[in-house]
Design a protein around this ligand. Structure first.
Ligand SMILES: [Zn+2]
Length: 307
């Protein structure tokens, strides 16, 4: 599960929409019921609905004509100048009626809300960049970078891809974060749960996990483990904490690979430096050719022109 507070906050917001819609409709109904003419037909309709259901269960003949009662009710409301549709709750999400679940599955609206909660924790404080035809205009070697963008967009659109890990390497300023944002944006729009973290923040979460000794411990890493897609920005810039950074990262990546969850990492380190910094185990997890794709964005070819 995604961390409890993220899920609770998201569900809370969705359910608040439901409560508001119910409250407004109920208020309108109570006001309408003050008119005796409406109140009578309303009671009659309720009684007819119950009787009809009862007759259906027991296979009895039913003398109530629900259609006629409904027509009469509409007429009365019209006369009273009351908009009939205001008596029914107007839910924000028509798919799940603001419950967050549709046929036992998370509704798209809940996923969207979860992403908003995750986004608040991500340290990103701007609108994400997105894939568009102008993405590559700022680069010198347009052809090569366009190919990378197209491949990454394709990867985002193919959830069954064999590549579980995408590693974007290259010097600072070549646009790795920019590309990752386009990917995150695309994945969120496709109703995936995405968690974005800087390597620095990831390290903090791992440290908190390591130094917490009660049941809240798991809350620090559950988003890292359970998001459909985890983005780690700028791996290699965080301080390596003994018994925390390397072990924690290894566990996160291994568990994600085992659960078929995807991880996208940007780093200034080249593969040799990854091996030196994080050791053989992480190196072989991250740069395993069967399920990882390592893309080097060349600095000299791809000078980012300032806007
Ligand atoms: Zn919904």
């Amino acid at each position: 599960m995604i961390s409890k507070n993220v899920l609770y906050n998201a569900l809370d917001k969705i359910n608040q929409n439901k409560k508001n819609a119910d409250l407004i409709a109920n208020n309108n109904l109570q006001n309408a019921l003050k008119y005796s003419e409406f109140s009578e037909i309303y009671k009659l309709e309720k009684q007819a609905q119950i009787e009809t259901a009862r007759c259906e269960v027991y296979g009895l003949n039913n003398n109530f004509e629900l259609d006629k009662i409904a027509q009469q009710k509409s007429k009365i409301l019209k006369k009273l100048n009351i908009d009939e549709s205001t008596l029914e709750p107007k839910y924000t999400c028509k798919k799940c009626d603001d419950t967050g679940y549709e046929n036992g599955k998370m509704c798209a609206c809940l996923k969207k809300q979860i992403n908003e909660e995750l986004y608040k924790q991500s340290g990103l404080n701007h609108k994400l960049n997105c894939f568009n035809k102008d993405n590559c205009k700022v680069f010198d070697d347009t052809k090569k970078i366009e190919q990378i963008y197209q491949n990454m967009q394709k990867w985002c659109d193919s959830p069954s891809s064999n590549y579980l890990n995408i590693i974007l390497t290259g010097k600072t300023g070549v646009g790795k974060t920019y590309l990752m944002e386009c990917m995150a944006d695309n994945l969120i729009k496709n109703e995936n749960i995405v968690f974005w973290t800087s390597a620095f923040n990831l390290n903090q979460l791992l440290l908190k996990y390591h130094t917490t000794f009660d049941e809240t411990k798991l809350d620090y890493i559950s988003n890292l483990l359970d998001a459909d897609y985890l983005f780690i920005d700028d791996l290699g810039t965080e301080p390596i904490l003994k018994n925390v950074t390397v072990e924690g990262l290894y566990n996160i990546i291994s568990e994600r690979v085992e659960n078929n969850k995807k991880t996208i990492i940007s780093t200034n380190l080249n593969p040799d430096e990854i091996q030196q910094t994080y050791g053989e185990r992480i190196f072989s997890r991250l740069l395993n050719k069967s399920n990882s794709l390592c893309i080097n964005i060349e600095n000299k070819d791809l000078r980012l022109i300032k806007k």
